[in-house]
Design a protein around this ligand. Structure first.
Ligand SMILES: [Cu+2]
Length: 456
């Protein structure tokens, strides 16, 4: 397809946009090759090789879609298709996504660019792609039936527009939206400022919040679920499958977060305060920012926050809704804290021989327990740190700030080596009788003074 024809299509009525009659094999040859990714490892950022310089983003457990230049237009090719996404080692989800993964690859461009995005539909039903938050002509907005006709299976549509504004944006399906969003059809879209010095950072991380409801032992999300999702994910990954955010000490760092789940997520980062520098509407002027340690990401919204990485260490970063840092779990389990389970277990086993009563002393034991699980299922609470089980899942990772980490090195430096005398420790001395640890069931003081079972 020549530039001329494409321009004519774009400028004509929305309905004429790449209508199938316009396509011939010769034209099809000029579509850029669609890059595809076959694994969920964090890929090295795509450093710009021409045009305006920028600090490329790092999509955790994701990648950036390569583009080609065609007469001054940046051309991308997205392919909507069924994919297999490893959500964490040991668990694969059968999703719908783009170019081999869900979420789709991150699209990165620069303010002032004209871009042309080819979207090929290899799904079993029609689709359309909405460019969430981007200012563009109405007919390019990607709402199936409103902006343009649906993209039928096997067809390719062309979206073309100027990027008039920098910031953090998203893209997602806007055809049979409930099903296609539940199946994972989404990605991030970053537009860098045309002034390379404006809002420049040393590391720029990208997290898309998404959620799935996949029954333990199965592979395909339940698309009718409205609120009770069981897998709370970052870039369709769940802890311990989420890579750490690796940072060199004293870097200026930005973390961009977009939310395409159906609830808000208060993202909390330990060890630092930070300031929100970008919302879905644009950059926040310096005088208008306020310091925070938790930033709530609204549904359909994007927030970017920044900090100077002056404190070395391993710092947790997670959603602060505690059920969102769990993997697939049943929510209708009765609370058993303080109950005597022996009798309960004996009685229940008469009808359900495998029944195991648990939770009378809280549920921390589940973090280290080796319970038989259905195939393709990750434990509800899992992951190991240098001092024991982390008892986490879902939306959790670690910010690793290290002295001497090379500027383009995002490789995991391992656990933090704490300076002497900076780790909390067990008290070995006398404890007054009244404050000794008590047995949870009898509420009688025990002989031991320590409360913690894990002693590093
Ligand atoms: Cu959350």
């Amino acid at each position: 397809m020549t530039d001329n024809i494409s321009r004519r299509q774009i400028l004509g009525a929305g309905a004429a946009l790449a209508s199938s009659a316009m396509w011939t094999p010769t034209m099809a040859k000029s579509i850029p090759e669609a890059a595809t990714m076959d694994n969920a490892a964090t890929q090295a950022p795509l450093v710009p090789t021409s045009g305006v310089d920028y600090q490329p983003v790092v999509t955790l457990n994701g990648w950036t879609l390569p583009h080609r230049m065609n007469n001054g237009v940046k051309e991308f090719h997205l392919v909507a298709e069924p994919v297999e996404r490893e959500m964490s080692p040991g668990m694969v989800a059968r999703l719908w996504g783009f170019n081999g993964q869900s979420p789709g690859p991150t699209i990165e461009a620069v303010e002032g660019d004209r871009i042309r995005i080819f979207v090929t539909n290899r799904l079993p039903e029609h689709t359309a792609v909405h460019w969430h938050g981007i200012l563009l002509p109405s007919g390019m907005d990607g709402v199936s039936g409103l902006s343009h006709p649906p993209i039928k299976p096997g067809k390719t549509f062309v979206y073309e527009f100027d990027l008039v504004k920098s910031g953090t944006f998203m893209y997602h399906s806007h055809g049979d939206e409930m099903v296609q969003m539940a199946m994972g059809m989404m990605g991030m879209f970053v537009v860098h400022p045309k002034d390379p010095q404006f809002m420049r950072v040393d590391r720029d991380f990208l997290i898309m919040l998404n959620a799935f409801d996949i029954d333990p032992g199965s592979y395909i999300p339940k698309v009718m679920t409205m609120t009770d999702f069981n897998l709370w994910a970052w870039n369709s990954r769940i802890f311990p499958g989420i890579d750490p955010l690796v940072i060199a000490k004293n870097d200026r760092v930005r973390v961009r977060v977009g939310n395409l789940t159906m609830t808000n997520h208060p993202i909390h980062m330990h060890g630092y305060d930070f300031e929100v520098t970008c919302t879905d509407g644009g950059w926040v002027p310096k005088e208008a920012r306020w310091p925070e340690v938790t930033v709530d990401i609204p549904v359909g919204g994007m927030r970017a926050y920044e900090f100077d990485a002056v404190y070395e260490g391993d710092w947790a970063i997670h959603c602060h809704k505690s059920h969102h840092t769990m993997n697939a779990m049943g929510h209708d389990i009765p609370t058993q804290i303080g109950t005597k389970l022996d009798m309960h277990q004996k009685k229940t086993r008469r009808v359900q021989p495998q029944f195991m009563a648990m939770g009378s002393e809280g549920m921390a034991d589940m973090g280290s327990m080796e319970m038989p699980l259905p195939d393709n299922t990750i434990p509800m609470m899992t992951g190991w740190g240098p001092f024991g089980p982390l008892e986490m899942g879902g939306m959790f990772s670690v910010v690793k700030v290290r002295e001497g980490q090379a500027s383009n090195d995002y490789g995991d430096p391992g656990w933090f080596q704490h300076p002497e005398g900076t780790v909390a420790y067990e008290w070995k001395g006398e404890v007054p009788t009244a404050t000794r640890a008590k047995d949870a069931r009898t509420m009688a003081p025990t002989e031991q003074s320590g409360v913690q079972k894990n002693d590093g």
